[in-house]
Design a protein. Structure first.
Ligand code: ADP
Ligand code: ZN
Length: 432
């Protein structure tokens, strides 16, 4: 059994006391690193004065730039001898950052992943196929260790090679998978191509979708295509990676594990906290990391705390699915647009296929947006008027949501580039 009842349902007051104790330990450790040692001295920070988790606001924020400037070892709070593992971010935005772990750190992280997967229903009788890139990326080894801890049979399939993935699922009767949502949609087209029906011909019952933003519609679409239940998994390498926040069986927001992290939502402009329920940038502090503690890390991810208790009984607060990163927001003719808004609309329209890409251009100081959308095979080779009607509908629906009129090009299934890792949704040609 991997249900840590005492911790998962701990009453809030007790949880906050635990956080305060762990925060003080974290600060003592952080002080030993070159970066925080210097920052605390500059700020004249007396860490003895930090008594409750409410004092966390007195601590310095940490950004990706801080990590880059201290590359590679400036955040270490222990000797290099104590480290056993290095990971890095996928480098979605510029140079990747590296994170180091001690034995205890890997143990704590593994624990969190086992807790998450168990919560979503994985058991030792499951056959778990991990379809994430192994190596530096945290989605491979992170889930791998967690699933082994539960005692499931783990198939470390790694990313890509779709036909082999399907073969593995069939031969070994895979019941649970970990997969990037955009790749799950793509893989469903390969299932069709090889004449295998995932609902009928596999034993799949559970999926963990992680590493990139996706809408509720997209989740439902994936669940429908495969006939399994899919759970949202969120994390970033600076905070270990996956295991940080995960959906429970209610599938209504992700519990973020407050025995391991202090959670704040701030206004990204004023950097002040916003009340529970309001949207802002997620900022988190590690509470159990020994090798490389990180304080008040600006994730750049936009979300909000879902107010109120979760019917499942867990007391750790829930964050809503990520709306986007502050740095993937597109500004077009003064309008702020997130790729996820486009995805959400597209997924509602029957006939739309499994992939799309947004292209931004500039001519004569005028910005324009083109959305290339894969549509289902039936639409090609058939009635052209039907295709045109679909195109117009997409234009109208997008316009009603993003308030500008995009150009929409319909393309055949599988004609847009498909990434094995995170999908690249936006191509911005506007740079001068
Ligand atoms: P990088 O910042 O280089 O992409 P990571 O590989 O650590 O580094 O990716 C972490 C980021 O991936 C998060 O900050 C978030 O933007 C995104 N992400 C991960 N999981 C999810 C998820 N379930 N929903 C939305 N976004 C996610
Ligand atoms: Zn819950």
């Amino acid at each position: 059994m991997y249900w840590e009842k005492e911790i998962e349902t701990m009453d809030r007051e007790q949880l906050e006391r635990l956080q305060a104790v762990r925060l003080r330990e974290t600060l003592e450790r952080a002080k030993k690193s070159v970066h925080y040692g210097k920052r605390f001295a500059e700020m004249g920070l007396d860490i003895g004065g930090i008594r409750t988790d409410a004092d966390v606001e007195k601590l310095p924020l940490t950004t990706k730039d801080d990590l880059r400037e201290n590359w590679p070892y400036g955040f270490l709070a222990c000797s290099r001898d104590e480290l056993i593992r290095m990971h890095s971010s996928s480098g979605t935005t510029g140079r990747a950052t590296v994170i180091f772990h001690t034995t205890r750190d890997i143990g704590a992280w593994t624990n969190l992943l086992a807790r998450c997967m168990y919560m979503a229903g994985m058991r030792r009788s499951d056959v778990f196929q991990n379809m994430m890139t192994y190596g530096l990326f945290t989605g491979g080894l992170g889930f791998h260790y967690g699933a082994e801890k539960i005692g499931a049979l783990v198939i470390p399939a790694g990313a890509g090679n779709s036909k082999r993935q399907i073969q593995l699922m069939r031969d070994f009767e895979t019941t649970a998978i970990h997969i990037i949502p955009s790749y799950a949609l793509h893989l469903s087209t390969v299932f069709t191509e090889v004449g295998v029906d995932p609902r009928r011909d596999t034993k799949l019952r559970l999926a963990f979708l992680g590493a990139e933003p996706h809408s509720e519609k997209m989740r439902r679409k994936i669940e429908d295509l495969y006939g399994f239940r899919a759970f949202n998994s969120y994390g970033l390498s600076e905070m270990n990676g996956p295991g940080m926040a995960f959906e429970c069986p209610e599938q209504d927001g992700m519990h973020i594990w407050e025995d391991n992290y202090i959670v704040e939502i701030i206004d990204p402009m004023t950097l002040k906290p916003v009340p529970d329920g309001e949207e802002g940038e997620l900022v988190t502090t590690t509470l159990l990391r020994e090798g490389m503690p990180i304080l008040r890390y600006r994730t750049m991810d936009l979300t909000r705390i879902i107010p109120g208790p979760c019917p499942c009984g867990r007391t750790h607060r829930r964050i809503e699915r990520i709306k986007g990163r502050t740095d993937d927001m597109m500004i077009l003719k003064g309008v702020n647009i997130f790729p996820i808004q486009i995805e959400k609309k597209l997924m509602e329209i029957p006939g739309v296929g499994t992939n799309f890409v947004i292209i931004l251009d500039r001519a004569d100081y005028n910005d324009s947006m083109t959305v290339k959308v894969e549509v289902q095979k039936e639409f090609f080779g058939g009635d052209l008027r039907q295709l045109e009607a679909l195109r117009r509908r997409i234009v109208e629906e997008l316009k009603s949501d993003i308030l500008i009129t995009p150009r929409v090009d319909l393309v055949e299934p599988d004609s847009l580039p498909q990434s094995e890792g995170k999908a690249k949704r936006v191509i911005d040609n506007r740079k001068d």
